[in-house]
Design a protein around this ligand. Structure first.
Ligand code: ZN
Length: 149
């Protein structure tokens, strides 16, 4: 995300790194907040994004989820560590939150990653396209403005 010009500020709401209850964890996310969830179960229905899920409209959404068991199961196929793959799955789903439900032909937002993409993941070089990055930054800039009103 940082490579795309998107600063990320993590707030841990649950788990060992959780901070004392903060407002951001107790209410619906503001327009400039995205909720990243690591889910302990698999998808309820099969889809091409079986390692993760984002509930989005054409304008985007606020919840990005990764299915932990599915990511761990598929990591060997991609020949990358499961925690690295988990990060990319979350980044892809966060991409849907910023860009909407569509997939691209190349990069982070491809519908299904192949071995070449896996190689880029292992080199930390699978990104949003320049056009996607511009669109995501524009959406976040709008959301920041809305949140400060
Ligand atoms: Zn997707």
């Amino acid at each position: 995300m940082a490579d795309s010009g998107i600063p990320v500020d993590w707030v841990h709401c649950r788990g060992a790194l959780a901070v004392a209850p903060v407002a951001a964890c107790e209410t619906e996310p503001q327009t400039n907040h995205l909720v990243a969830r690591l889910l302990p179960s698999g998808p309820s229905k099969s889809s091409e994004d079986a390692m993760g899920y984002a509930n989005v409209t054409a304008e985007g959404g606020n919840y990005a989820s990764a299915f932990v068991p599915e990511v761990r199961a598929q990591a060997p196929r991609f020949e990358v560590a499961s925690d690295l793959l988990m990060g990319y799955v979350l980044a892809h789903e966060i991409g849907h939150c910023l860009l909407g439900p569509h997939h691209s032909e190349t990069g982070l937002m491809r519908g299904g990653w192949n071995r070449r993409d896996a190689g880029e993941i292992s080199r930390l070089s699978l990104h949003l396209t320049k056009q996607e990055a511009r669109k995501a930054v524009a959406r976040l800039t709008l959301a920041e403005g809305a949140a400060q009103r």
